[in-house]
Design a protein around this ligand. Structure first.
Ligand code: SF4
Ligand code: SF4
Length: 406
């Protein structure tokens, strides 16, 4: 249980990975000994023809390049920067009022905001000719323990509303929708309502206590077609309201994302807390700040949502802009039962594919069947795992199948 809210935004060093799970190649733009400013480009990473900048989150000196595991558990090169704690900023271009679609998209690319997605739950801020809809999730239900997000929403609702409008401009959207939780605190609802009342934004209320992929169903009805892994291919930009605030800061103030909120929980820690921390901070420093680990035998570290997140073997990784929560707990083996072919996972799948059949094909290594079952359309929502009465991690089997034919 979260017992504290803390800030840890002045680490003496930051560790910034120059590639990630999607952008696997990079051109480095700095050398050891260089001085950089906040927001200055350290590298440019690539995914095919797409480029994304890797920006510094502090001002200071480049100390070294170091191999470390990243938040996906892969060993990648990190730029290590000594924080001079002067926090001098590189001045990116700002826009006060009117702005064109191309200009918003440029800001998103130049400040590296296109990579704001969490464990595949939301799409990247990416656009194509089909872009028509913007759907912004203001529900905070993936990590229900981060109740502080509603406080953040109350404080920054004007910036968030502006960010949603900027997203609509970037997408050339015909329709913009915001999803709110039926149980959203009244004050948050009032503040947000006040800011969007004059704007062309539709509000849809969802009962978060019913886990039924309502958001994906709403999106499916909107586009009236089968959903792709990347909703951008359906013409939808699906993101969360924090990303709207980040876009506001980038466009109006020229500020990239340098800090983020991370919930750190689990019985391996004496204190559980939500941190406002600087991107690039080593996770082990936050653990130290919490008074270290409690005595447990087999530690299990999990980044992100329990349904769709990633388990790591080591705690020596740095916080990136896609780390929203870390749970460190005693390993509890789950007794999986055999599949009873109840079909619940197939029924709930919002992508309209058949996870049970995919799992079966993966177990039997039948590549052609995996392709035939449109495995690549899985959006990794984790609902198949959630509903399985036999406690089978169905998503993991689907992921393996995807990797086999991908
Ligand atoms: S994670 Fe499971 S339920 Fe969700 S889209 Fe993939 S197969 Fe379907
Ligand atoms: S929900 Fe579980 S038990 Fe039921 S068909 Fe799917 S994998 Fe098998």
């Amino acid at each position: 249980m979260i017992t504290e809210y803390r800030t840890y935004i002045n680490p003496s060093k930051v560790y910034i990975p120059i590639t990630d799970s999607e952008y696997k190649m990079a051109n480095v733009k700095v050398a050891v000994g260089d001085r950089v400013l906040i927001g200055e480009k350290l590298a440019e990473k690539f995914k095919g023809k797409n480029k994304s900048p890797v920006l510094s989150t502090v001002s200071g000196k480049i100390l070294e390049f170091k191999d470390m595991i990243d938040r996906y558990g892969k060993v990648v090169d990190h730029v290590v920067i000594e924080n001079d704690k002067l926090y001098e900023k590189f001045q990116h271009k700002t826009f006060e009022h009117s702005i064109t679609t191309a200009e918003v998209r440029n800001v998103i690319n130049n400040l590296g905001l296109n990579k704001i997605s969490v464990d595949g739950i939301f799409t990247n801020l990416d656009f194509n000719a089909k872009s028509k809809y913007v759907v912004v999730n203001a529900m905070f239900t993936n990590e229900p323990f981060i109740s502080t997000d509603y406080e953040f929403l109350i404080k920054h609702s004007a910036e968030m509303a502006d960010g949603i409008e900027l997203l609509s401009i970037a997408a050339n959207a015909e329709k913009t929708i915001i999803l709110v939780d039926k149980f959203m605190p009244e004050e948050a609802l009032l503040e947000l309502g006040k800011e969007i009342v004059e704007k062309d934004i539709e509000v849809i209320t969802i009962d978060s206590k019913k886990v039924n992929a309502k958001d994906y169903k709403i999106i499916k009805n909107l586009v009236n077609e089968t959903l792709s892994v990347n909703l951008v291919d359906n013409g939808v930009v699906y993101t969360e309201i924090g990303a709207a605030k980040m876009l506001h800061d980038a466009v109006r103030l020229g500020v990239p994302v340098v800090t983020r909120k991370v919930a750190i929980t689990g019985d391996a820690l004496n204190i559980n807390a939500v941190y406002e921390t600087r991107i690039g901070t080593r996770f082990t420093e936050l653990v130290e700040d919490l008074g270290g680990y409690s005595e447990i035998k087999n530690m299990n570290l999990h980044i992100g949502s329990f349904l769709t997140g990633i388990q790591l073997d080591s705690d020596d990784f740095a916080i990136t802009q896609t780390v929203d929560s870390v749970n460190v707990a005693e390993y509890r083996g789950v007794d999986e039962d055999v599949c009873i072919k109840c079909g619940d996972c197939n029924d709930i799948c919002p992508a309209g594919i058949l996870p049970q059949n995919i799992m079966d094909a993966e177990l039997r290594s039948v590549n052609s069947r995996i392709v035939e079952l449109n495995t690549d359309e899985c959006v990794e929502c984790g609902l198949c795992t959630y509903v399985c009465p036999s406690k089978i991690n169905v998503l993991e089997w689907v992921r393996r199948a995807k990797r086999r034919v991908g």
